[in-house]
Ligand binder design. Sequence first.
Ligand SMILES: *[C@@H]1O[C@H](CO)[C@@H](O)[C@H](O)[C@H]1NC(C)=O
Length: 149
Amino acid sequence: MEINKLSNFVGFFIIFSLMPLALSIKCWNCRSSTDPKCADPFDNSTVPITDCNQEKGLSHLPGMKPSMCRKIRQKVNGEWRYFRDCAYLGEVGIQGDERFCLMRTGTYNIFVEYCTCNSKDGCNSSSVISPLPIFLVVLVALSSFKIGL
Ligand SMILES: *[C@@H]1O[C@H](CO)[C@@H](O)[C@H](O)[C@H]1NC(C)=O
C-alpha cells in the first residue's frame, strides 16, 4: 500500500515536471520562398526559432497551442518548396517514429511530405532518413502483427 502511494507520487511528479517541457516547444519558422536557407540541407544560422507557446493560435481551434514542430516539403510543377513552423494537430512521424514523414501525392504534379516531431526544440531542422512509402508502412504493420501473434 505504502509503495503504491509512493509510486503514484513519483509518477505524478514525473508527469508534472515533464509537462512544461512538452507545452513549450520551439520550432524553426521559415519558408523557402522568402528564405532559401529554409530548404534542405537546412542552414539554421539566420532562420528564426519560435516559441510555439507565443503563437496567436488558430481561429477555428480556439485555445489550442501548438505542441509540435513541422516541416513540409512540397513539389509543385517540379519545384521544391519548404515550410517549417509549429504544428497544432497531427501525429508525430509515422507510428510515433519521427524519423519518418507522411507522404501525400496530390493532384497532377503535386507532391507533399509532412514531417511532424516533438522530441526537442528545433526538431524540424532535420532531413529525414527517407520517407516511408505507404506500402512499406503496411508491410511493417503486417510484420509487427505477425510477430505479435
Ligand atoms: C544550428 O546548427 C548547428 C550545426 O548543425 C548546430 O550545432 C546547432 O546546435 C544548431 N542551433 C540550434 C539553436 O539548434
